[in-house]
Each structure stands twice: as C-alpha cells, then as structure tokens.
Ligand binder design. Structure first.
Ligand SMILES: [Zn+2]
Length: 439
C-alpha cells in the first residue's frame, strides 16, 4: 500500500504502513534523537575552521544519522532540509539513505586558494564544500556521511537579451564563450550556507553568545543547540544559498590575474523570472551577463553571483506589501518616499547584510574586480572592507530602466548609489512617480 492509498501520509508506527512492504517505519523504532546535550563516549568530529588543509580543517559533518559525531547545528540543504524531513515523515525517504556521490565531482576545479586560510575571510560557506569526496575519501569509506555543500557543473544559457545584444551588434558569437546560435557557455556553482558562528559574530562586531541567542529566539527556538552547545561552532542555517555563473576561465583570476567583471545580484523573482517592471533587477542582471560575456571574450573572466535574498532578504510577502503601501500612500509611488515605505512595513530598509557577501569572492580567488556591475554603495563598501579592490563601477544603462522603475533608480541615486549622472535634484526626486495599483 502506498502512502496515498493509505489516505495520505503514512503515520509513524502505523502498523498498516509497517506491514505493507513499503519503506520501513524507521522513525517508529527509534527514540527521538536529541542533540541538545553532548552524550555518550563519541565526540563531534573536530573542526579547525580556517586551517588551510582540508584534513587539518576536518569535515563539516551535518548528516543527522551520524549522531554525536555530528559537528554542526542544523542540517544540510538549507531550507530544503525541512522538505527532507517531510519526505521522511511521509515514509518516502529512508532516513538512513546515504548519497552515492559517484561522478558528482566538480566539472571545473576551484581552488584551493590562499584566501581560504584563516578564520576571518570566509565565515559563511565551506571553502572545501565541493571537494569532500576527494578530501575526505578515507572518512567516507570509514562510514561517515560527509556531504558536499557546493556543486560545480557546466551549462549553456539561452537569454533573449543576449540574443538582442548580438542583433544590436554589441556582442558577437566567437564559438567559445558565445556559441554560433547565441548561447553563453558557463560554469555554474551552487553553494549552501555554512556559518562559522564566531566568524559571523566577528563580522558584525557582536559577541558569539549574543548572535546564538538571537538566532535561537528569533527562529522560535528551532535549534536548541545554538544555546546549549557552545562547543559546536558551525551552523547550517535554513536560508537560501548562492549560485555563481562563471564566464571564461573561472580559475584565471587566481592563477593568471586576468581582468574580472562581476555582478553581485540579489534575487528578485518577480523581475528576474517574470519580468515585473517595478524594478531594474532583470535588466541589470542581463546587462551583467552581457558585461561578463564581453569580459570573457576579451580574455578575462566574468562572474554573476546570484544570492537567494529575495526582496532585500525581507521575503516576497513583505516586498509585495511594500509595493501596495508605496502605491496607495497619499501622492502615490514616489522616489522621495521609496525607502521610507519599506521601513514602515519591515522595520528596516534592508536585511541583506552585505557583510557576508564577499566570502564567495574569496572562495573564487578574486583579489580585484576590474568592472563591478552594480550601483550599490553597500556592496562596494562590503567588498572593499574585505580587502578586494574594485576598479570601475558600472551603472545600469539608462535605456534599460523600465518606466515604473524610475522611482527605484531615482531613490537609489538620492541615497548615494553610484551613478554616472550623480544625485537627482530635489525637484527630480519629488516629481519621479510610478504607476498606481489600478493603471
Ligand atoms: Zn527587483
């Protein structure tokens, strides 16, 4: 009998489900696994964060089946760990399943680079996360369920705006970076967050205990070990990760010192995927891809870093509430109140915390970004604060800004974002308005 024939989710310990010959009711046979206090004679596998050699650093062991050997708080796969829990609860996933990692190794080598060493430059991802099959082959053979937190593969991108750039004569297929039919060849890298809590706390200038307490309390007490296990320093937070799209030789910035073009883009599903015109996100993203292709064709490397930080990390519900508030306020949607309306709803203007963003640039071995495709002063300052130089900031070309997004771009210029045309006058700030909700 399948779970659906059984009338929905197979209950834990349900004898009908247990006797049906499906997956065993593994959860029913065990005590609840508590990890809130150290127990037994086995200790967590040691991690020396920042050690330059993966063997000395030690593996990030997040599998829940490894019990007291685990050396992290939380579980692998970020927010998807909760879908995994649902799959186990529904009897569809064997909780002791171990991934078969045959043929999953990176399609392109990344590092190791000198920036990976030390506990300050990289605190929000595991720099060895893509190399675990190789680096910890002995431990895996010995029975530890060590999982990659980074995967590196290859792809072609078919983007209408890039075909448009070819038609307009701004790009030309070269058969390498850009195929004859206008597809871009990329190396794409998926990165899950791995937080070294002392390093995260240091990055924000707060105490580790303070950070742990806020994470514990503000998640509704989701991870008890944050406050009961100060010996466990690594947290796998249930937040979105990063995807990097690399154009050209992705190892060149570290090895050959080649010119680097980079766009650090924070997710905006409405614009990026669906073409919503209230902001400049997709136009800026595709402009960044175009810049990266041009860089790679010129012998350099391009990187688009895509962070899952929807709606300034406030989430899409908050974002849509803000859109309504902006458009319904007396006087309509205006540049001069753009940031204020966000703060009224969310309590802050922005929760993306660019302080952690440069970690991925260190992971890629980048020391200098020659063309930084962004107007954001917060991103620029965060990158420079982490010791990566920025040559030129490249604003979005004015003709790519949708009409309804003039409110956003004018407000950002007024707030100090980089622009070729400088800050708007007070008259321009007052006069720049967007559509109403009903237009
Ligand atoms: Zn947007």
């Amino acid at each position: 009998m399948s779970a659906s024939e059984h009338g929905g989710i197979a209950k834990r310990g349900d004898p009908a489900a247990a006797s049906a010959g499906g997956s065993p009711p593994a959860l029913a046979r065990r005590h609840i696994r508590l990890s809130s206090h150290p127990g037994g004679t086995t200790k967590p596998v040691a991690i020396e964060w920042g050690a330059p050699d993966p063997k000395a650093r030690g593996p990030v062991l997040g599998s829940v089946r490894d019990g007291s050997r685990r050396n992290v708080i939380g579980a692998h796969s970020g927010s998807y760990s909760l879908y995994r829990a649902l799959a186990v609860a529904a009897g569809q996933l064997d909780p002791v399943h171990v991934p078969d990692l045959t043929d999953t190794a990176p399609a392109e080598p990344i590092g190791p680079y000198p920036q990976w060493a030390g506990s300050e430059r990289i605190v929000s991802l595991d720099p060895f996360g893509h190399m675990v099959s190789e680096a910890f082959a002995d431990e895996i053979a010995g029975g530890l369920d060590i999982r990659p937190t980074i995967a590196v593969t290859k792809a072609h991108l078919t983007v209408p705006e890039i075909k448009g750039a070819i038609e307009a004569g701004r790009l030309s297929p070269d058969g390498e970076v850009l195929t004859s039919n206008g597809d871009a060849r990329v190396t794409k890298m998926a990165i899950e967050p791995v937080w070294y809590l002392p390093g995260i706390a240091a990055r924000f200038g707060i105490g580790e205990a303070e950070l742990r307490r806020a994470l514990f309390e503000e998640s509704g007490g989701m991870y008890t070990e944050l406050v009961t296990r100060p010996d466990v320093k690594v947290f796998l937070p249930p937040v979105g990760g990063i995807t990097v799209y690399g154009f050209g030789d992705v190892g060149a910035p570290a090895h050959a010192g080649g010119a680097v073009t980079c766009r650090v883009h924070d997710e905006c599903n409405g614009s990026d995927v669906f073409g919503s015109d209230i902001c400049t996100c997709r136009p800026y993203l595709t402009h960044g891809i175009e810049e990266c292709i041009a860089a790679a064709q010129g012998g350099g490397t391009g990187f688009v870093v895509y962070n899952r930080k929807e709606g300034r990390a406030l989430g899409e519900v908050t974002k849509f509430l803000v859109y309504n508030a902006r458009k319904r306020q007396p006087g309509g949607d205006r540049a001069e109140t753009y940031f204020e309306r966000t703060e009224c709803v969310a309590g802050v203007q922005d929760m993306r915390f660019q302080e952690l963003m440069p970690d991925v640039l260190h992971w890629l071995g980048i020391r200098r970004i020659d063309r930084f495709v962004s107007m954001s002063d917060m991103k620029r300052d965060a990158i420079e604060a982490q010791g990566i130089a920025i040559g030129r900031q490249v604003p979005i070309p004015p003709d790519l800004v949708p009409d309804d997004a003039q409110v956003e771009i004018t407000a950002k210029r007024a707030a100090g974002y980089y622009s070729d045309v400088g800050s708007p006058s007070s008259g321009e700030l007052q006069e720049t308005a967007g559509r109403s909700l009903t237009d």
